[in-house]
Design a protein around this ligand. Structure first.
Ligand SMILES: [Cu+2]
Length: 169
């Protein structure tokens, strides 16, 4: 956009308005490139009903990252007194769970917590989990703001995410 200097004076008022508009536009675009906010989305959060008296439960979800590299470092829920992140691996023919301090979330990648893989172990449940219950999980990340997501409790034997949606695509 060009401004003829000879008409600058009469345009001063419009120019001032234009300057304000420019500030608004610039600050909007600065907000748009902010890396942290909203670049991590957590989808398909679910859990599984627990047998009466079972002290632990489990939760699964998928992290979709449209931003830079990050790491999941902590999970909290009101449904259990402690949450650990576990991996599962077959060692000598036996499935073993291993606590993890952090789970890498690659830039523009996905991390899936799912049966037989990564999972959130809900330790010392406040009450048994029943099918249809909902509870909130708060996921804390190394760089991004915490993300809260509601997990829906499925049947005791459920082994796939609700709806069986393949969210890879
Ligand atoms: Cu576990």
């Amino acid at each position: 956009m060009r401004f003829d200097p000879t008409v600058f004076a009469v345009r001063r008022f419009q120019l001032a308005q234009f300057a304000w508009l420019l500030i608004v536009i610039l600050s909007a675009s600065v907000m748009a490139v902010e890396p942290a906010a909203g670049s991590l989305v957590v989808v398909n959060a679910w859990s599984r009903a627990t047998a009466p008296g079972a002290p632990v439960g489990v939760a699964y979800f998928e992290i979709v990252n449209s931003g830079g590299q990050d790491a999941l470092i902590h999970i909290e829920t009101a449904a259990a007194r402690q949450v650990e992140m576990h991996s599962m691996a077959t060692v000598g023919g036996l499935m073993q769970m291993r606590p993890l301090l952090a789970v890498d979330v690659p830039a523009h990648g996905r991390v899936r917590f799912e049966p037989s893989g990564l999972h959130a172990m809900l330790i010392d449940l406040v009450r048994p989990l029943k099918k249809g219950d909902r509870f909130e999980l708060t996921l804390a990340f190394q760089h991004s703001a915490p993300v809260r997501v509601e997990a829906i409790v499925q049947d005791l034997g459920t082994m796939t995410a609700p709806g069986g949606k393949d969210t890879d695509k």
